[in-house]
Design a protein around this ligand. Structure first.
Ligand code: NAP
Length: 484
């Protein structure tokens, strides 16, 4: 049971065409609390047939939604933002119950997700066309921006509110309607968001939530259905590649927010205390389960021991436990499989020479907890320097020169986020030019906000979310050449 001011915010049915919807098969799947392993509730387990119904509802609603004026859509989005913030505490409780993150982080995620709704409520009114000077005097060249149509979204469990809000808000602002599949581990945040959207007056069929334990079947329906004009996916690079293949058949547009392998570079001229504070945020937020998590710490050799000692000291302040307790700063991982994967990466690093310099003990019998761990002396051929750790494990590698560390940082198939700590202005200019990344934090460990374009290069994905660029993925450009 989740203690809420408005218990009706917890829904166990899917949401299609403005109605709560059970699977035709009447099947359900269990959703458990990762901090306790206990059942939260059984949730409707939709099939591809049910997903078709959701797509058809979104297709009927789309032209009506697009015909609303930009201002009307903006007002409804703004109302939705207000309702989300009014229910922030309840939504945070739901998020912590299904995902495990500390309640303060859940409160922050709700505000973060809502900030995209607010931002795109404003941007909805600024989807302008263009008039271009023609090559002949009896011509007019104009450009219209039109909604792509029905958008299908697939989102992960690590930010079950914000990853969905970051897609729904620009899609709706542009005049698209949405069928959304949340991760099976975390459906409740998505269902609560949809309920508040309905309460805000967003019409039936504009947002549809397809809960299912069969992601491949729903993904195949979304990518294969001709009424879906665009896919927006956040998740692993492996699934992203599969979806690209599936979209190829119909040349369906796709936006991909995929995995990362962020380097966190500390130069010897850095403010070490600030770097440690940044490292704590970039590494241990959400128990290390964020796509922009610092995955590899490169520390210049002359300050390596000092940085390691201070990071180890800061880690002593971490409190691992059930995120509902306010003193907890590190919650559980999402599943037993996640613990196993992190342990494999740590074992591999140790076998290749890494030393466990610090490990915060966890004395909890239930739930999927992993002790925050600091590894030093990490060998450059360790698997965890190539794979996403997705757990509270910091791996430290010493480096000697700027050129060396840039080469090592760029030696990854991913290019999502990178962090650097230095006080040398000219070096900052060089790093800005040379690091292969979609996002770069200089002297900060926290980079996401709704005003900035979030996204990656290389195998970290295609497209950007948030910012003035965030609407582009939901709009078609139509050029008109008018002779008179
Ligand atoms: P995942 O396995 O790729 O799952 C993500 C979503 O895809 C879930 O809804 C999942 O459903 C669904 N899915 C799984 N297999 C599918 C298939 N064959 N067809 C269609 N959908 C499928 O990723 P994850 O491990 O849950 O999430 C962590 C990953 O997300 C990390 O790589 C992280 O870096 C990335 N991420 C990236 C960003 C970004 O903005 N770049 C943000 C957050 C996370 P089920 O869960 O129901 O199986």
């Amino acid at each position: 049971m989740i203690p809420l001011m408005h218990p009706a915010l917890v829904r166990t049915q899917a949401f299609i065409n403005g109605d709560w919807y059970s699977a035709v098969s009447q099947k359900t799947f269990a959703v458990n609390n990762p901090a306790t392993g206990e059942l939260i509730a059984q949730v409707a387990d939709l099939s591809s047939l049910d997903a078709q119904h959701a797509i058809e509802s979104a297709a009927i609603a789309q032209p009506v939604w697009a015909q609303k004026t930009a201002k009307e859509r903006s007002i409804l989005l703004r109302r939705w933002f207000d309702l989300v913030m009014e229910n922030q505490a309840d939504l945070a409780q739901i998020l912590t119950a299904e995902q495990g993150k500390p309640i303060a982080e859940s409160m922050a995620e709700i505000a973060y997700g809502a900030s995209y709704i607010e931002w795109f409520a404003e941007q909805a009114k600024r989807i302008n066309g263009d008039i271009i000077p023609p090559s002949r005097s009896n011509q007019r060249i104009s450009v219209l921006q039109q909604p792509v149509g029905v958008v299908a979204t697939i989102t992960p469990w690590n930010f079950p509110n914000a990853m969905l809000a970051r897609k729904l808000a620009p899609a709706l602002a542009a005049g698209c309607t949405v069928v959304a599949k949340p991760a099976a581990e975390t459906p409740f945040s998505a269902l609560a968001l949809a309920q508040l959207a309905q309460q805000a007056g967003i019409p039936a069929g504009v947002i549809n939530i397809v809960t299912s334990s069969d992601a491949p079947a729903i993904g195949a329906e979304f990518t294969g259905h001709p009424a879906v004009r665009k896919i927006s996916f956040t998740g692993s690079t492996a699934v992203g590649k599969l979806l690209i293949q599936q979209c190829a058949a119909d040349v369906k547009r796709i936006t991909l927010e995929l995995g990362g392998n962020a380097p966190f570079i500390v130069f010897d001229d850095a403010d070490i205390d600030a770097a440690v504070a940044g490292a704590m945020v970039a590494k241990f937020r959400n128990a290390g389960q964020t796509c922009v998590c610092a995955n590899r710490f490169y520390v210049q050799r002359s300050i390596y021991n000092a940085f390691s000692a201070k990071l180890s000291a800061a880690m002593q302040e971490l409190c691992v436990g059930n995120g509902v307790n306010e003193q907890v700063s590190v919650g559980p991982l999402i599943s037993a499989a996640a613990i196993q994967k992190v342990q494999q990466l740590v074992d591999d690093a140790i076998a290749k020479g890494a030393v466990v310099s610090c490990q915060i003990p966890v004395n909890i019998e239930k739930g999927y907890f992993y002790p925050p761990t600091l590894l030093t002396n990490v060998s450059v051929d360790s698997d965890l320097l190539e794979a996403e750790i997705f757990g509270p494990v910091a791996a430290l590698i010493p480096f000697d020169t700027e050129a060396d560390v840039i080469a090592q940082a760029n030696c990854s198939v991913y290019g999502l986020a990178a962090y650097c700590y230095t006080r040398d202005y000219q070096r900052i200019q060089r790093l800005t030019e040379e690091l292969q990344t979609g996002m770069l934090g200089i002297n900060t460990g926290l980079i996401s906000n709704e005003m900035a374009p979030f996204g990656g290069i290389k195998q970290s994905g295609w497209g950007r979310e948030g910012s003035i660029y965030g609407l582009d993925d939901y709009l078609n450009i139509k050029y008109i050449n008018e002779s008179f």
